[in-house]
Design a protein around this ligand. Structure first.
Ligand code: S3P
Length: 179
């Protein structure tokens, strides 16, 4: 990370099942920041679940919602933002997050992700005949975006609390470096 950056917020990006929401809640608590989950904002605005948005309006409509919410985030301060897994797979969204937040990517292997998400049916992109295959395919396509994060954190063998502590530490270090 180079140059002067405004680090008002902390944004967590990463694939489904990497723990963005759980880690984000703990990190927000420790930092005394507000916690915001982009999927929840979209569901509240749309008045329906993510699954219903995908089923009734289609994925492009959902991505449009994401872009709108990302624009609004530029006005936030002292917020830990957990993003939907596909949100940073869009250069404009990623660039926008970087104007106001330290962007940390939570990483896990496709096998770990599958272990964590199986049995949950609220993720329309994984309602497929071969969810592990879909995870590998999507993760490979998105990896170049996730790797553009300021910090990459492997969540594989760590508890939510450990990852959150690491994330908070990285945030403090980045703030000191950019003061
Ligand atoms: C998506 C991830 C989901 C949600 C939607 C699409 C994706 O969020 O935004 O189902 O494209 O990876 P989580 O990463 O919080 O599961």
């Amino acid at each position: 990370m180079t140059g002067t950056r405004s680090l008002h917020n902390l944004a967590l990006i990463g694939f489904m099942g990497t723990g963005k929401s759980c880690v984000g809640r703990v990190a927000a608590d420790v930092l005394h920041f507000t916690f915001l989950d982009t999927d929840h904002v979209i569901e509240a605005r749309a008045g329906k679940s993510i699954s219903d948005i995908f089923a009734q309006d289609g994925e492009p409509a959902f991505r449009q919602w994401e872009r709108r919410v990302v624009e609004e985030l530029t006005r936030r301060k002292r917020t830990v933002i957990a993003t939907g897994g596909g949100l940073p797979a869009d250069e404009t969204n990623l660039a926008s997050l970087k104007t106001h937040a330290l962007v940390i990517c939570l990483w896990a292997s496709p096998e770990t992700i599958w272990e964590r998400v199986q049995g949950h049916n609220h993720r329309p992109l994984l309602n497929e005949a071969d969810p592990p295959g879909k995870i590998r395919e999507l993760l490979a396509a998105r990896e170049p975006f996730y790797r553009q994060a300021d910090v990459l954190v492997n969540t594989g063998m760590r508890s939510v609390r450990e990852v959150a502590q690491h994330v908070v530490h990285q945030f403090h270090m980045a703030q000191t470096a950019h003061r």
